[in-house]
Write a protein that binds this ligand. Structure first.
Ligand code: KG4
Ligand code: ZN
Length: 338
């Protein structure tokens, strides 16, 4: 075939993903999410890498089948080099390296955070695509960043969290409320029927475009401990309102900084990316910015927000077009600046 089919592999944290892309279109996007971590209240790195080892071959196989191609049709293999958990990254990285070797096709390394952002350029990610420069609020379980995107592969971080990520704030607040991990999607769901103005939590005061969520988490913990002492059923009786109030606070913090970034740079095209951008309130508030602040909001389709290989595939394709290949010497990296 003369078509440029590219395989992408994602294994940075606890989701094993494989996707096939052809000319901006995702032909398949398979994700195996690991259930083993639920009972531990967070991702256990050793269990994650073992699960990746079990999942990777069937996930790649399924991605090829769903795209109705065979491995011989592939023109390149792209994979997540970092950032992430070292053991997890190594599974995807080693697989991608041997796959590209055995097929004798180029190997392309991808920065996971660039993947989250560039997912906005997947053909069916959103109707209109951003033009350069634009701003992106990247919010996941491991990162919270405001990024200025000058070109596809030219990005600057304008601000980021100095402690916990926004997703961690959701997950740790959920843990305090005895919710299973990851709590973000559950808090989102319960918030729909809760009162977001019922409880107030301390908002961080951080200069510039950086974020902080650790004090916020502590203020929730102390508040809950105090209330539960007075009424052991406090959490159960107020769960929906607690969720809605926590979500409102986190989204307020995020919105204030992206607004500040837009005001300071004069850039009005605002995208969101990462697992927390699946949140219904942040999606609605960003959209509201179009009326309120004259923004153009870019909100990727749900399946391209939480960790997936389609977002690695779009970067893989952009690098393939530019012949930006790597080789077996590329080491997986737990920290990887965009
Ligand atoms: O991007 P992602 O899948 O993995 C990382 O790279 O970290 O993000 C996972 C994070 C988790 O903290 C999860 O609780 C959060 O995204 N998340 C949400 C929602 N869906 C996922 N947080 C709030 N609302 C949601 N609907
Ligand atoms: Zn991620």
């Amino acid at each position: 075939s003369d078509k440029n089919y590219i395989l992408a592999i994602e294994s940075s944290c606890d989701d094993t993903g494989a996707a096939i892309i052809l000319d901006n279109c995702i032909l398949s996007n398979v994700v195996a999410s690991q259930k083993v971590h639920e009972e531990y209240g967070g991702v256990v790195p050793e269990l994650a890498s073992r699960a990746h080892q079990q999942n990777i071959v069937p996930v790649v196989d399924q991605a090829l089948k769903q795209a109705k191609i065979t491995k011989e049709d592939l023109k390149a293999v792209s994979y997540t080099r970092g950032p992430g958990l070292m053991g997890s990254l190594l599974v995807g990285g080693s697989f991608a390296k041997s796959f590209s070797q055995s097929l004798d096709i180029p190997l392309i390394e991808v920065n996971h955070m660039q993947g989250h952002i560039l997912a906005n350029f997947i053909d069916d990610a959103n109707d209109v695509k951003p033009t350069f420069p634009f701003l992106c609020l990247t919010v996941s379980g491991g990162h919270t960043q405001i990024v200025k995107i000058n070109d596809y592969l030219d990005m600057e971080i304008l601000g980021e969290t100095i402690d916990d990520a926004a997703g961690e704030a959701f997950d740790k607040a959920g843990k305090i409320l005895n919710l299973p991990y990851p709590a973000g999607p559950i808090i989102d769901k319960k918030s729909k029927i809760g009162d977001p103005t019922k409880f107030k939590f301390a908002k961080p005061k951080i200069d510039g475009l950086n974020f902080s969520f650790s004090g916020f988490k502590t203020s929730i913990l102390y508040f809950i401990q105090k209330e539960v002492k007075a009424n052991p059923n406090f959490i159960e009786e107020n769960l929906d309102d607690l969720c809605a109030s926590i979500q409102r606070s986190i989204v307020d913090i995020l919105m204030a900084k992206i607004k500040q970034a837009s005001d300071e740079t004069g850039i009005k095209q605002i995208a969101i990316a990462g697992g927390v951008s699946a949140n219904s309130e942040i999606r609605a508030r960003l959209k509201e910015g179009e009326e309120k602040f004259g923004w153009k909001a870019f909100i990727p389709k749900f399946e391209y927000t939480t960790d997936n290989a389609a977002m690695i595939a779009i970067v893989g394709q952009l690098k393939y077009e530019r012949q930006l290949f790597t080789d077996l010497s590329a080491k997986s990296v737990a920290k990887y600046h965009i």
